[in-house]
Design a protein around this ligand. Sequence first.
Ligand code: SF4
Length: 298
Amino acid sequence: MFNKSKGKRGFFLEDYTLNPYSGCSFDCIYCYINGSKYADNTNSFYVKSNAINLVYTFLKRLYKNNERALLNLGSSSDPYMDIEKDLNLTREILKTFLRFKNPVHIITKSDLILKDIDILDKINEVAILPDDLKDNLNSKVIISFSFSTIDDEIAKIMEPNAPLPSDRLKTMKKLSNKGFKVGATFMPILPFISDSGDDLKEAIFEFSKNNCQYVIPGAMSLFGNNDESSRIKYYNAIKKYFPEYLDKTENLFYDKKSLVKKEYPSNKYQNGLYKKVRKYCSEYNISTTIIKNKLSKI
Ligand code: SF4
């Protein structure tokens, strides 16, 4: 249920990750949980029915020990997939966060988060940040909206069951205007589809128009080799919808020297990508980290 982050804070700043669900119904074809230890595929998911008890026990122990922690909801499953409408599991977990004055970082693609504004508001009022974050964060609620593209039509192919990017942008604006720390995890940026200078500039302009306070970029990664793996699902989609990019995409994830498939594109590709993101973020005055000038991935 709880995974402790190793060492010093990463770019999501969390001390622990926690996911109310396992697997994810949004079914993004590039999702790294496809064929991973987290789920066979993104067509199925599980509800962690004992989650509330476990969260209660965990947070009570932290509270008793006077230990403060930032918990991240949504590292390997969206906490606001559609079933949350009926189950309210994430909502109940947030209520437990509130009870123990615990701050939270939520990563989601869904506007369903709006149903929990009342709880998030209260968490923002009373939660206590870990000492090392106190002076750097003015919100006890961090909300990152996840994007691979801002194009609704492309998203319908790549993220078939997720709310559209245009809805995410509107939700981002609403929540940012409510006083939460709100930004975008722009990952994975889709090679040859959303990674050109023009595409990135347009996306970051849209983020800025919608009061996005930070953009954390990430290049594509592809894992596995079976039909359910992110690599094969992604290649199949490219073959069907963007056949002109298939060779280029496969080459990006292939090491010609060792003749093996790679999980990540070259450093050269990644550095070029991050350089462009940095340039446009600076143009639109958006940070590339949650805490300005700290923990930059790029
Ligand atoms: S929303 Fe996130 S966890 Fe869910 S399928 Fe998409 S990438 Fe995976």
